[in-house]
Design a protein around this ligand. Structure first.
Ligand SMILES: Nc1nc2c(c(=O)[nH]1)N[C@H]1C(S)=C(S)[C@@H](COP(=O)(O)O)O[C@H]1N2
Ligand SMILES: [Mo]
Length: 431
């Protein structure tokens, strides 16, 4: 499997709303979430294409339907191919069962282990990567369990359990709930007690409960992002652990299940879904509403066409965010490939040292701070922040982001106070 962090474009687009970059959700339902499992009845058809008589049954998870993704994508497919797609939106488990029973031609689901088992058992003839999104652990700003910034999701849940800090679980056997249970299992914790609230609700309702009760929960990023626009006080506290990755696959159901299985149409659908134009459309979905895409394209064709994205998304080591014309992020190697300069600076102990790095002014020029921006906030990997007026930074010709021996970067601003010499800087926020 390829590296799984968010694509570069996603990082840039999402940075205004989120911190960090992780790629790994089960029910990315932006606004209203549905907890009701629709009955397995076709729900989407197009009259025009129906005339041609070609119909394809797509069994999928509620998230692709509830997020609006299918309504956004499918008209193109139906117009191009004159194939009507009958969408059956159910939980991933149910969708897979529909496939096993030969009650669908094609599946679009997000449960990689179950997909692989489906293929291995011979229920499917072709599986392709389509897209992904990710889960995040969110919680109150006060963070009573002290999990902020942890990179290990299981360790974070273990800490929540140890602190008996309130945690709201979906408790609805959704994909998100399945993922949550997998993380508890990875932590070797069986969550139980007053602090563990099983809601039996959709993602939106669970986020509302967690917000009201100052509790932690596991959310897909898309639904959380949508909530931030509605003023949730919950913060993303843990992200980026590979266990939080949520890939979607498309599978053609094996025609040996009966003459009614439309393999030709399924093949056309899969070819179209993983094709570059469709993947490009997926990359745009949600950007207008939420400021970040809800899904990141990830088909083989997309990956081949975007090798740079993949590389950049691997490890964004330094980024400039906030009030800038263009949010930017670089890998460590990219920063080190820039023009370097030396700066002499005196530390707290009075020792003078020479540091090598990249001019902060030149980095800011790449992001172009907005005219009304006032302040620079340097954020370190340990959460430490240092704040300095933007005008002071733009006037400083020998201020650099230095390369540390142990990797990573530090702010070196000669002559400025110790508390702006931020060690392990990972983000430059412009405010
Ligand atoms: N990441 C990080 N950077 C930090 C700090 C910190 O706690 N975390 N403390 C700051 C303060 S207050 C000072 S005085 C200097 C101390 O570093 P020095 O001993 O190299 O001068 O680091 C600054 N950078
Ligand atoms: Mo300091």
């Amino acid at each position: 499997m390829k590296k799984w962090t968010y694509g570069f474009v996603v990082v840039l687009l999402a940075l205004s709303l989120i911190a960090g970059c992780a790629k790994p959700a089960a029910t990315p339902v932006p606004a209203a979430t549905s907890t009701v499992e629709p009955t397995p009845e076709p729900t989407a058809t197009t009259a025009a294409a129906a005339d041609e008589g070609q119909r394809l049954i797509l069994a999928t998870t509620t998230s692709t339907q509830d997020s609006g993704l299918l309504d956004y994508l499918l008209p193109d497919f139906e117009a191009e191919t004159k194939i009507v797609v009958d969408v059956v939106a159910v939980g991933t488990g149910q969708a897979i069962t529909l496939g096993e029973d030969g009650n669908a031609d094609v599946l679009l689901v997000h449960a990689r282990a179950r997909e692989d088992a489906f293929m291995e058992a011979g229920h499917g003839t072709r599986r392709e990567d389509v897209m992904y999104n990710d889960f995040v652990i969110v919680g109150p700003k006060a963070d009573p369990a002290g999990i902020k910034g942890m990179k290990d999701a299981a360790a974070a849940l273990a800490k929540i359990a140890e602190a008996k800090a309130s945690f709201v679980s979906r408790g609805d056997d959704s994909g998100t709930h399945t993922k949550e249970k997998a993380i508890w299992a990875a932590a070797s914790v069986e969550p139980a007690g007053d602090w563990y609230i099983s809601a039996g609700q959709g993602m939106g309702a669970v986020l509302t409960m967690a917000d009201e009760q100052q509790a932690y929960t596991l959310s897909d990023r898309a639904t959380y992002l949508a909530r931030t626009l509605e003023g949730t006080d919950l913060k993303i506290l843990v992200e980026g652990d590979p266990i939080l990755f949520n890939p979607y696959g498309v599978i053609a159901v094996n025609p040996n299940k009966g003459a009614h299985i439309k393999t030709d149409l399924a093949t056309q659908f899969i070819d179209w879904l993983v094709s570059l134009p469709t993947q490009e459309k997926i990359a745009q979905f949600g950007v207008d509403k939420f400021g970040a895409p809800l899904f990141t394209p990830d088909s083989t064709a997309w990956r081949e066409a975007h090798p740079a994205d993949e590389q950049a998304s691997g490890d964004v080591a330094l980024k400039i965010t906030g009030m800038v014309e263009q949010e930017v992020g670089w890998t460590e190697d990219q920063v080190k490939a820039m023009e370097t300069m030396d700066a002499e600076s005196t530390n707290k102990a009075g020792e003078v040292s020479t540091y090598t790095g990249v001019s902060i002014v030149s980095l800011l020029n790449l992001a172009k701070p907005q005219a009304d921006a006032q302040t620079v906030v340097y954020v370190a990997d340990d959460g430490f922040t240092g704040e300095v007026p933007l005008a002071d930074v733009t006037a400083c010709k020998d201020c650099i982001i230095s390369f540390r021996n142990q990797g990573g970067f530090s702010v070196v601003m000669p002559g400025f106070p110790g508390n702006v010499q931020v060690k392990g800087v990972v983000e430059i926020q412009i405010k």
